[in-house]
Design a protein. Structure first.
Length: 136
């Protein structure tokens, strides 16, 4: 068995001996540190509350193509919001801050004030020559 008296003769082992002594004494100084908390994004941000997660959409509509899925409890930065398709009594959709995708507010709880979008992503058809001459 290791003897603490040996540590006095071997200075490079003093630190190991000190740790061993604390462990044997059951000192709280060596207790495991709590896991590091993940910092929330800057406000406004949202937290996914749906257990099945929420789909990221190209446009604020359930008919729009799915670009990804956010898992339950994921925290996401919110850029702005619009009123669009009603999903189970909620017609607010959020545009994410870090990429051009939308999520329904029905499955996202927001923290902070989310402003309404001044300018939604435009397509070439809304501003181009084709839009001016479109029929139908």
């Amino acid at each position: 068995m290791f003897r603490f008296a040996q540590l006095a003769r071997k200075p490079h082992l003093k630190a190991a001996g000190a740790v061993a002594a604390l462990l044997m004494a059951g000192s709280p100084a060596v207790a495991a540190a709590p896991p590091a908390a993940v910092a929330a994004p800057a406000k406004p941000y949202g937290t996914v509350i749906a257990v099945q997660g929420v789909k990221e959409r190209q446009f604020p509509s359930t008919d729009s193509s799915v670009k990804g899925t956010l898992p339950h409890r994921a925290q996401i930065g919110l850029k702005c919001k619009v009123r669009a398709e009603n999903v189970e009594g909620n017609n607010i959709w959020y545009l994410l801050r870090d990429r051009p995708v939308w999520v329904t507010a029905r499955y996202v709880e927001n923290t902070g004030t989310v402003r309404f979008c001044n300018e939604v992503l435009r397509s070439p058809l809304t501003d181009g020559k084709q839009a001016k001459h479109a029929k139908g």
